[in-house]
Write a protein of this length. Structure first.
Length: 101
């Protein structure tokens, strides 16, 4: 319980820093004319990765190693699912850059 409280406290302490990072990334994306959909998706993927890691560590601390592995797997599958649109656009861009000759 103490670990969970400490983790939440640290996260709340860092919320302002996280917000600053997100704003900076949004400004960079606007300057580069990057579609905000991609930036939002990448930020969601990063969020899923951190939450899954945090949850897996809590379950490991509780002595539930098998459950922690399942939480990590679920996080990885969610990340892969969310990354499909970005991967698709990336592959299409590469195909368009390669000469058809």
């Amino acid at each position: 319980m103490l670990t969970l409280f400490a983790g939440c406290f640290i996260f709340l302490f860092l919320v302002d820093k996280i917000y600053e990072i997100i704003r900076l990334l949004e400004k960079i994306a606007q300057k580069g004319n990057v579609d905000t959909f991609y930036l939002e998706t990448i930020l969601k993927i990063i969020g899923i990765a951190y939450i899954a890691d945090f949850a897996a560590n809590i379950t490991k601390d509780a002595g539930q190693g098998a459950m922690a592995a399942k939480v990590e797997l679920a996080g990885k599958i969610l990340i892969l699912t969310m990354a499909i649109p970005i991967i698709t656009v990336l592959i299409e861009t590469i195909i368009n850059l390669v000469p058809n000759g």
